[in-house]
Design a binder for this molecule. Structure first.
Ligand code: COA
Length: 258
């Protein structure tokens, strides 16, 4: 599909880069959300080895397009559309990395939370400022933020609308790494390249086990792991990896992604 409000590049090593390109503030209009959903479907149909989600230089994404808000009837449409697009992105069978350059507010913060891993530039600012408009996060923020930073910090952020700079984001686990603005994309691409050289099917199985386990009890999660553990031994990469270790020692396997 041809995209107008984002770009989707696929690199030769299997890493895909999705970049929001909706004007100066990357507001998540209905049209942009539809394109994110379509891009996530494209990536689902033909899975990459890793995905990097990035936005503008100063503003990663400033949240939902506020001019499209109305009353409860509009909310009934906007909320499920954002959830569907972000859930599809989150469910990709590979690591989805947010490269957060600057402001990630509202739906922008929620988009980064739908990713598996957040690399923030020193200029990044995260926040769920919806309450300052008298509303609450509707793109997964109340649930995913609480799972990432814990319920007390999520409540403090969502109930006050306070924004969190990169250093604090790192401290509370909202950012996984903080790097200089100049090295942000290089670092994201480097991580993507490392993943692309790995056992990508196993990575997808591992991600699924972690995510499914987190939404259930420990006992059910441990059973999910056991099933996934058996499943991964059915991959060609597991045979390659074990054989390579026994013959040549650790870290030398050349995986084929099957
Ligand atoms: N939806 C629609 N328009 C938005 C927007 C959004 N989420 N965020 C910013 N804009 C618009 C502003 O209204 C302004 O429009 P104008 O040029 O026609 O006046 C323009 O983008 C630039 O915003 P401005 O606030 O002047 O830029 P800034 O550089 O000072 O600040 C932000 C940038 C992102 C920090 C600030 O705009 C902001 O806090 N935005 C709202 C974030 C938010 O509440 N998101 C949750 C939405 S539910």
């Amino acid at each position: 599909m041809a995209y107008e409000l984002l770009t989707l590049e696929r690199h030769d090593n299997g890493v895909a880069v999705l970049t929001l390109a909706n004007g100066k503030v990357n507001a998540l209009s209905g049209a942009l959300v539809a394109e994110i959903g379509a891009a996530a479907q494209d990536l689902t149909d033909s899975p990459p080895s890793a995905v990097i989600v990035s936005g503008g230089d100063r503003i990663f994404a400033a949240g939902a397009e506020i001019s499209e808000f109305g009353g409860p009837d509009e909310a009934k449409v906007i909320g499920p559309e954002i959830h569907a697009a972000f859930d599809r992105l989150a469910a990709l069978p590979c690591l989805v990395i947010a490269a957060v350059s600057g402001y990630a507010l509202g739906g922008g913060c929620e988009l980064s939370l739908a990713c598996d891993y957040r690399i923030a530039s020193e200029r990044a600012v995260f926040g769920q400022p919806e309450i300052l408009l008298g509303i609450i996060p509707g793109g997964g923020g109340t649930q995913r933020l609480a799972r990432v930073v814990g319920p007390s910090k999520a409540k403090e952020m969502c109930l006050t609308g306070r924004q969190v700079k990169a250093e604090e984001a790192l401290r509370i686990g909202l950012a996984d790494e903080v790097v200089s603005p100049e090295s942000l994309m290089d670092r994201a691409l480097e991580l993507g390249a490392t993943l692309a050289k790995g056992a990508t099917v196993g990575q997808g199985i591992c991600k699924r086990a972690i995510d499914e386990g987190l939404s259930t009890s420990l006992a059910a999660g441990l059973q999910i792991e056991l099933d996934a553990f058996v499943e991964v031994f059915g991959t060609e990469d597991s045979q390659i990896g074990v054989k390579s270790f026994l013959e040549n020692g650790p870290g030398k396997a050349e995986f084929v992604g099957r």
